[in-house]
Design a protein around this ligand. Structure first.
Ligand code: RTP
Ligand code: MG
Length: 140
């Protein structure tokens, strides 16, 4: 198994409820290392560009509004098989369908306000990391 990096975002529903530490503990307990992290306010333009792949989906406008509704924490997670491991600890998009031990089962409010984002492939991870971070900001 290769050491990978993936992009994670702790979403506004979670920053609002002061859950960033609890969520980071789940990542670290799963063997993922936080090698870059910053708390930022997304703009509609930035959130819209980040979620460009969902532009035609019915939930796109609501998703962009939600993502700018408060600060987010963008982070790079590193570890063995990090892309799949992070998706595993996040749980299903809809928290009602997520397994009990996952972040979304424990913390998400709804299918939209579901506490975390994680890259869904190694290729997307590379692009999403570059979207938010300069190479010099990532410190393994
Ligand atoms: P993410 O990209 O945030 O890691 O989540 P995901 O892969 O599990 O889900 P995806 O299908 O990529 O959807 C992106 C985000 O859009 C919101 N969503 N809302 N109202 C809805 O039916 C709906 N479906 C998706 C969620 O915030 C989801 O994480
Ligand atoms: Mg996705």
């Amino acid at each position: 198994m290769a050491v990978e990096r993936t992009l994670s975002i702790i979403k506004p529903d979670a920053t609002r409820r002061n859950l960033t530490g609890k969520i980071n503990a789940v990542f670290e307990d799963a063997g993922l290392r936080i090698v870059a992290q910053k708390r930022i306010q997304l703009t509609p333009a930035t959130a819209g560009a980040f979620y460009e792949v969902h532009k035609e989906r019915p939930f796109y406008n609501d998703l962009v509004s939600f993502m700018v509704s408060g600060p987010v924490v963008v982070q790079v997670l590193q570890g063995e098989n990090a892309v799949a491991k992070n998706r595993e600890v996040m749980g299903a998009t809809d928290p009602k369908k997520a397994e009990a031990h996952t972040i979304r089962a424990q913390f998400a409010e709804s299918i939209e306000a579901n506490s975390v984002h994680g890259s869904d492939s190694l290729e997307n991870a590379k692009n999403e990391i570059a979207f938010f971070f300069a190479g010099t900001e990532i410190l393994p």
